[in-house]
Design a protein around this ligand. Sequence first.
Ligand SMILES: CC(C)(COP(=O)(O)OP(=O)(O)OC[C@H]1O[C@@H](n2cnc3c(N)ncnc32)[C@H](O)[C@@H]1OP(=O)(O)O)[C@@H](O)C(=O)NCCC(=O)NCCS
Length: 200
Amino acid sequence: MVSSFLQRAFRSFLYRSDRFWIPLWLRSLGLDLQGSVHFIGLPIVSLFQGSQIRIGAGSLLCSRSFGTALGVSHPVVLRTLTPHARVLIGERVGISGGSICSAKEVRIGNGCLIGADVLIADTDFHPLRPSERYDSQKAFAEAKPVQIMDNVFIGARVIVLKGVTIGAGSVIGAGSVVTQDIPAGCIAAGNPCRVIRANL
Ligand SMILES: CC(C)(COP(=O)(O)OP(=O)(O)OC[C@H]1O[C@@H](n2cnc3c(N)ncnc32)[C@H](O)[C@@H]1OP(=O)(O)O)[C@@H](O)C(=O)NCCC(=O)NCCS
């Protein structure tokens, strides 16, 4: 009884203090937070010099397991890998753990829900030829933008690979690997991710 009260009090303290100091800290690192962006726990951020990470008003990034039903296996990771890279997150977007890495551009529209531990990257990180495998700059040069349109719902532990566009309003099933474009207004799932219901 006492311990659950203390637990609730401690969580409430963390929620309040996170809301205050994390946006200040991230702005000081150079993130472009538009209006009021909420954080539960500190995300891991690397912003390559000259690159951009923008997060729209009303978005919530959860990096603590108690802040989201499924929990998260690690804090949200936001990373830009080149001077021209951009991570552009719209308004009212929810993100629970997971990683978003960009060498060129990852764009997430307004109102998207990104489930627990989703990975989104616009690059393969390593070239495919063995002789070039450790030349990451070469892989970054071949990055292809990822675009997730408005109101997309991405299930837990999905992987979204380079060059993919997911159409507005679509749902991506848990654990899917998205290798190709997904149209708007559908449910898609599986590895590789395919449309399982065309009209929502
Ligand atoms: C994609 C989803 C929304 C589909 O729900 P649904 O419309 O009720 O679909 P059904 O359960 O009727 O399944 C339809 C078919 O798709 C398949 N399917 C459903 N979800 C799948 C998934 N994640 N991966 C692969 N196949 C899937 C089913 O096996 C079924 O195949 P069948 O017709 O050959 O039997 C749901 O399965 C899902 O993955 N929800 C995401 C939950 C989640 O991660 N929430 C985030 C919390 S942070």
